[in-house]
Design a protein around this ligand. Sequence first.
Ligand SMILES: Cc1cc2nc3c(=O)[nH]c(=O)nc-3n(C[C@H](O)[C@H](O)[C@H](O)COP(=O)(O)OP(=O)(O)OC[C@H]3O[C@@H](n4cnc5c(N)ncnc54)[C@H](O)[C@@H]3O)c2cc1C
Length: 348
Amino acid sequence: MSTRSPDAITAEPRDALVIGAGVIGLSVAVRLLEAGFRVRVCARSLPPALTSCIAAAFWYPYNVFPERRVRDWSRISYAVFTELATDPETGVRRVPTLELLPRALPRPGWSAMIPDFRLAAPEQLPAGYPAGFAFTSFVIETPIYLPWLLRRVRMLGGVIETRTLSSLAEAPPADVILNCAGLESRALVGDAALTPVRGQLVRVENPGIERVTIDEHSGADAITYIVPRARDVVLGGTVERGRVDLEPDPAITERILARCRALVPRLAHARVLESYVGLRPCRDVVRLEQDLGRAAGPPVIHNYGHGGAGVTLSWGCAHETLALVERARLLRTDALQAARRGARRARR
Ligand SMILES: Cc1cc2nc3c(=O)[nH]c(=O)nc-3n(C[C@H](O)[C@H](O)[C@H](O)COP(=O)(O)OP(=O)(O)OC[C@H]3O[C@@H](n4cnc5c(N)ncnc54)[C@H](O)[C@@H]3O)c2cc1C
């Protein structure tokens, strides 16, 4: 925690400490640097050894709340990914997407922000699916995108340090702390509301697939998706609440392959490259707020608990984090001025 005395706190705090170098922490770091803050990122692990690098990952506000804020965050990210997709170095690509439905369902609330969102044409639907949606989304190739984000942070002058904090009290001095520690916020700030939700994926060679296909309704602990990338295809997946072992289960791999091959028969002969597992940092609602329960030290803003949609929400949450930092700064300046006025009155 900051060792500065309250008198040493300036009215214009500029030093930000970001805990975490996943997609959430690095997006926040970029936004703060662009806004003129000095930023130090402190993380136990850097890409690629992170949940953020395991994500499939495509833009899709999957099972994450609260709905209205998620819609705003997703919209902002969609706009940023639209821009990033014009630069091949980012690993972000526009992709046609087909969502399969077990029956005609209302359009999701977020559909209004997507210009080409429409009902899928009957000839697009595989056998057994009576309805679907078609729209443009983005594939974010995390093995390219996360290193690109790291480079961007460094290019903007950010400092990245590998270090584990066992509590916020260990944080190096800063004017504001951004907690972007993902699932590890359970231990770091004692948040018992965070639950790991295991996701197993399979990576196969790409036999020429260019469209994302998703069926969210594949069963209680399953979600089926096919996410084409430049050189491979990520096939999903599972949704196993509370299970935390990271060893891929061969029986699950076979079930994922069978479901995906049934949807896209071209996958039948695609060579299997690997299976792997990640833990989604799930919470009833994303925690993006200033911690008002802290009696001392610099303001802390939490930004974690994005479940299976952290990449989708990343830029929107970074945008709101910056707004919260600015607000905390104003509140702090007001409080300091009030304290100084009080001290002057006491001296008179
Ligand atoms: C199988 C799977 C598929 C997914 N697919 C998608 C998808 O298609 N689209 C999508 O939008 N999302 C997807 N997600 C979700 C997405 O991966 C997560 O929501 C996102 O990665 C969370 O990012 P994060 O930065 O909060 O966490 P992380 O990536 O876990 O990063 C946390 C950071 O905090 C650091 N840290 C933790 N504790 C400490 C500590 N005590 N001290 C210092 N540093 C610490 C870590 O080292 C790390 O740098 C998927 C997730 C999984 C598991």
